[in-house]
Design a protein around this ligand. Structure first.
Ligand SMILES: Nc1nc2c(c(=O)[nH]1)N[C@H]1C(S)=C(S)[C@@H](COP(=O)(O)OP(=O)(O)OC[C@H]3O[C@@H](n4cnc5c(=O)[nH]c(N)nc54)[C@H](O)[C@@H]3O)O[C@H]1N2
Ligand SMILES: Nc1nc2c(c(=O)[nH]1)N[C@H]1C(S)=C(S)[C@@H](COP(=O)(O)OP(=O)(O)OC[C@H]3O[C@@H](n4cnc5c(=O)[nH]c(N)nc54)[C@H](O)[C@@H]3O)O[C@H]1N2
Ligand SMILES: [Mo]
Length: 684
């Protein structure tokens, strides 16, 4: 591979690429990229091994673990990069189902799984969300899509070329409101930027609701039709007056009122959140109240409106103007012996991962298969996570690199990368602004030691005597399918046949289906429950707990999350010419730097109640005073990171999974965490 460039003839992207994509060739050609499977030696080094021999050996060790301890002793961990090939995620789920273990973990439970919990507790309006393209307001809280390309779901918000799309929306009159303690790239373009102290989102959203109710800026008709308990919500937020919010969250009461007025007076447009909200303290109730704002303002499609579904290779169910009732999956079925935690979307939360491995018990996790993830870097309480990974009888990673997790693995399987595999866009459709699909064949040959993520799982299943059900079919476990056959199966129920999409080399845009939101059925009488008992308890707790996010004398700053444009979590840190630094800077407001006696580029020690790291201080006026903004997943493989200037530091040393977590998803508090900062006495 020589070069990667955007495709100007692509009807969706118009050639927009991100820096990581443009460096695609460097990821492929990197000398550290694995080109064959690896087996660990007793001395900790690795030997190349034939991939099918590795799979046989892994199967042998799994068989004896299962014979002695049962299938629950086998865990599966899927990460972010398992979501970037259409086949991998559903294949991994098929594999886990076939084995029968409940020990499935994914990074969603250290990400935005509050978004899973809200509809399961509130119920869900099935007409669909209003869409970005015909909205006159959009409110973003705790998300910076201009860098993260993180956006709403099924609302066509800012994924591709977000700066240009935002500009054209603002040119046609859209008002953008951003709530973020940092003046982000997105906030800099906002019509109104509210810069709160971190960790008070539940209260800020309650304050917005308070004004929406107080000034009659809500959609009474939508609420009468679809909401069960509007008065309870009104009562819940009664004390969240703009003046009270100002006291806690440090935003002028007038700004909160202005935001509520701009949002409430607009006709269309949604509030959408990101990791800043979903990783903070009280994240589940905060996300719940964010959704309440959309509900109360009726920002959903009504019967007769064109559906928002951009379906092409997938068919997303019928949109109806009715409510699906709450469905608290975690209250039924399998329960973990750790904390009596139940399943959320068939997963156990990362917050109990280490204990699932370390705590004695007959179904303790002893073997772990990790696909497209780097849990050693990604899960809070790095020391505990490391100890758990080190104590496994069998750890296998499927990863093109020897990651922090990989250094601890017994086997590493070398997978194909983006340009070495056929793929299509079915799994991404819900993020697209318009119906769009693309199929791309592999453009370079993978080497002989490299296989597809799914091939590892298929061959391992075959060696274990398992039969896989994938995309509604039972796979032939004798003759290995091809990727193209599997991609076909995934697209079989689509609106547009895959072979039609395949004729469009640059990608295919299609008109919307013409389907409209169907009227609600008479038998569908469920209504949205905005204030179930546990939500109201969590709100009361949030009012108490949000005080914990305030700086104190011992901990004068508050650590918050951020993304780095040139890196995808832990992936890309060491690609030459990609990130701007060889470390992850600690961004601090210059006034705080001066008050703490720190200078730019000084090595500092950042301490939380749970741990300490060293970091490089960067004065940054975009960060609100009192805030330390630092990205995650940097730092070396060791428990204590060695050189803060070369490799950076892992903020998960500062976080814990043992206290400060949410109910249901065990989401640890990963943002708005109190820290202290001091000059590091000597060079590390
Ligand atoms: N370039 C790049 N893109 C990525 C990633 C990456 O690593 N690099 N990671 C991907 C992944 S895995 C994810 S999950 C998404 C995440 O995507 P986003 O959620 O958009 O992530 P961020 O860009 O970090 O935006 C979070 C924002 O929350 C703000 N914030 C911090 N604390 C608070 C608070 O208490 N309240 C409020 N309201 N805001 C707060 C931060 O200042 C920050 O600007 O990004 C994806 N995209
Ligand atoms: N403190 C703190 N911790 C965080 C966060 C935070 O904001 N703050 N963010 C959290 C979030 S939102 C997330 S999503 C997680 C991220 O957690 P993970 O998903 O565990 O981390 P990544 O670095 O995205 O891991 C991707 C791994 O996949 C490998 N990989 C790349 N391409 C492929 C491929 O094609 N196939 C396979 N099999 N592997 C591949 C990479 O080498 C890398 O090791 O981190 C979480 N941790
Ligand atoms: Mo994420």
């Amino acid at each position: 591979m020589v070069k990667v460039a955007g495709d100007r003839d692509n009807p969706l992207s118009g050639g927009f690429t991100c820096p990581k994509g443009r460096h695609g060739a460097d990821f492929h050609n990197d000398e550290r990229r694995l080109r064959t499977a690896q087996r660990r030696r007793p001395d900790g080094g690795f030997d190349a091994v034939d991939v099918d021999d590795a799979i046989d050996e892994i199967a042998g060790r799994l068989r004896s673990i299962i014979a002695e301890h049962g299938v629950e002793a086998v865990g599966v961990f899927q990460g972010t990069q398992s979501a970037f090939a259409a086949i991998t995620r559903p294949f991994l789920q098929a594999w886990t189902r076939a084995l029968g273990t409940h020990k499935l973990f994914s990074t969603m439970t250290i990400d935005q799984s509050a978004k899973w919990i809200v509809p399961l507790r509130m119920g869900e309006y099935l007409g669909g969300r209003q869409r970005f393209d015909d909205s006159d307001v959009w409110m973003l809280s705790g998300t910076n899509p201009l860098v993260s390309l993180n956006a709403g779901y099924l609302d066509g918000a800012l994924v591709h070329d977000p700066a240009a799309r935002l500009r054209s929306a603002q040119n046609r009159g859209l008002k953008l409101i951003v709530i973020d303690p940092r003046r982000t790239e997105t906030a800099a373009r906002a019509d109104l930027h509210i810069q709160p102290a971190p960790g008070h989102d539940a209260l800020v959203f309650a304050g917005l609701l308070n004004v929406l109710f107080g000034e009659d800026l809500y959609d009474a008709e939508f609420c009468a039709a679809f909401v069960e308990d509007l008065d309870e919500l009104r009562a819940l937020v009664a004390t969240a007056t703009p003046d009270n919010v100002e006291l806690r969250a440090g935003i002028p009461a007038e700004e909160l009122r202005a935001a509520a007025r701009i949002f409430g007076q607009a006709e269309r447009g949604m509030l959408s959140t990101g990791t800043g909200v979903c990783m903070g303290p009280n994240s589940n109730v905060a996300e719940h109240l964010a959704t309440c704002i959309n509900v109360v303002c009726g920002r959903y499609l009504r019967a007769g409106e064109p559906t928002g579904m951009p379906s092409m290779l997938q068919t997303i169910g019928i949109a109806r103007a009715e409510v699906a009732p709450p469905h608290r999956t975690w209250e039924h079925g399998f329960r973990s012996r750790i904390g009596d935690v139940g399943l959320l979307h068939d997963e156990l939360p990362c917050g109990i991962f280490a204990e699932e491995v370390l705590e004695p018990g007959s179904d303790r996790v002893r073997a772990l298969i990790v696909v497209g993830a780097n849990p050693a870097a990604a899960i809070p309480d790095r020391k505990l996570t490391g100890r758990a990974l080190d104590s496994l009888d069998l750890l296998v990673t499927v990863d093109p690199r020897i990651s922090e997790t990989g250094t601890r693995a017994h086997y590493i399987i070398a997978p194909t990368l983006w340009f070495e595999r056929a793929d299509h866009t079915a799994v991404l459709e819900s993020l697209f602004p318009v119906p769009y699909a693309q199929y791309t064949p592999a453009v370079v040959e993978p080497g002989p030691g490299v296989i597809e993520d799914w091939q590892f799982l298929y061959r391992l299943a075959r060696a274990l005597g398992l039969t896989l059900d994938f995309a509604g079919r039972t796979l032939d476990m004798v003759h290995e399918p091809t990727s193209d056959e599997l991609l076909d199966m995934l697209a079989a129920a689509g609106r547009i046949p895959l072979d039609v999409v395949q004729q469009h080399e640059h990608g295919m845009k299609a008109p919307r289906s013409g389907a409209t939101v169907a009227p609600g059925r008479t038998e569908a009488t469920a209504k949205l429950q905005l204030v179930p008992d546990d939500v109201s308890d969590e709100y009361a707790a949030a009012l108490q707990r949000s005080a914990l996010a305030a700086p104190t004398k011992d901990y004068p700053l508050v650590l918050v999350v951020r993304r780095m444009r040139e890196v995808m979590n832990s992936y890309g840190r060491d690609i030459t010419g990609l990130p701007n630094h060889t470390y992850n800077p600690a961004h601090i407001n210059p006034d705080d730097m001066a008050a703490l006696g720190l200078s730019d580029l000084q090595i500092i020690t950042v301490r939380s109640p749970h741990g300490a790291i060293q970091a490089v201080a960067h004065g940054d006026a975009k960060v609100r005073s009192g805030v330390l903004s630092m990205t995650h997943c940097w730092g070396g493989p060791a428990e204590a990171d060695s050189d803060p200037t070369d490799g950076g530091s892992n903020v998960n040393h500062l976080l814990t999974t043992s206290t400060d977590f949410e109910a249901i998803n065990r989401m640890p508090t990963m943002s708005a965490v109190r820290v202290s900062v001091s000059a590091t006495a000597s060079e590390p």
